[in-house]
Design a binder for this molecule. Structure first.
Ligand code: FBP
Length: 262
């Protein structure tokens, strides 16, 4: 972690990253609730909301759509990713180089790291290369830190998520994105485990406005530095409304009740 390396993708030290790599990770099934989101332009439009500090996409989407939005959104290049069609032990192909991401205009890279996978060693080496290249370009580094693999029984237990955030600090991320471990205490343990490195919560599958904002409020109270979210924003008919609420909770320290009225 280098203090300030994430400045381009944070506001007041906090992040609201709009993740839109689901077409690769899950397939078009994630776009079915709001079919217009199959078109990346629709989600880039959502990403122009003031609350969004960066939009995380894969190479092909960045190449084709980011040039039309470069004045309005901050690009986070999600470097690796694997389809749901892959049936092996958790692994993630590196799909573009950091140099190419920088050339396209990215201010940060995102990298999935599956600690505990039988592929952990190679993934750590790939992360090392990407992290050091990102430093050469003054780009921030966000680790999608998702421990999983055949040896791991519970990938969201408090100890596992604390380990996930610690892996981000140990391996040189500026921000670790972790699954919510189920309670404020457990989230606080994950934040403490990361030292000065920022920890953000992963969005997860879509829930109600109140349930989602409550979880985000809990995570923020536990010391999280924001959120990286996909489905809980773009699977809503009115994504701007939930972004208004998230902006209130994350940046203005609003209560859930205040945010629901935002
Ligand atoms: P969501 O907010 O929709 O959960 O997105 C976060 C994210 O990390 C995406 O960037 C990624 O596509 C997806 O979750 C991967 O989820 P999983 O590996 O758990 O299926």
């Amino acid at each position: 972690m280098i203090p300030g390396a994430d400045d381009a993708i944070t506001r007041d030290g906090k992040a609201l990253i709009l993740a839109y790599d689901h077409g690769l990770e899950h397939g078009p099934v994630d776009f079915e609730p709001v079919p217009q989101t199959t078109d990346p332009s629709t989600v880039f439009d959502v990403g122009t909301h003031d609350a969004v500090t960066a939009i995380a996409v894969q190479k092909g989407v960045a190449e084709a759509y980011y040039p039309s939005y470069e004045d309005d959104v901050t690009l986070l290049a999600k470097l690796n990713g694997t389809s749901n069609l892959w049936m092996g032990e958790p692994d993630s192909a590196v799909n573009w180089s950091v140099d190419y991401a920088a050339e396209l205009g990215a201010d940060a890279i995102g990298f999935t790291f599956y600690g505990g996978s039988n592929h952990e060693v190679e993934m750590a080496e790939e992360f090392r290369r990407a992290q050091e290249q990102a430093r050469e370009h003054d780009m921030g580094v966000v680790m999608w830190s998702y421990p999983r693999g055949q040896g791991l029984k519970d990938d969201t237990s408090p100890d596992t998520i604390a380990y996930a955030s610690r892996l981000g600090l140990e391996l040189g991320a500026d921000i670790a994105k972790v699954k919510y471990p189920g309670s404020a205490d457990a989230m606080n343990w994950a934040v403490q485990s990361a030292g000065d490195m920022k920890v953000v919560m992963s969005g997860g599958s879509k829930t109600s406005d109140e349930a989602f904002l409550s979880t985000v409020r809990e995570a923020m109270d536990a010391g999280a530095s924001g959120l990286a979210v996909g489905r809980n924003v773009f699977q809503r008919e009115n994504p701007e409304a939930i972004l208004d609420g998230l902006e209130a909770v994350i940046f203005d320290d609003a209560s859930v009740e205040e945010a629901l009225g935002a």
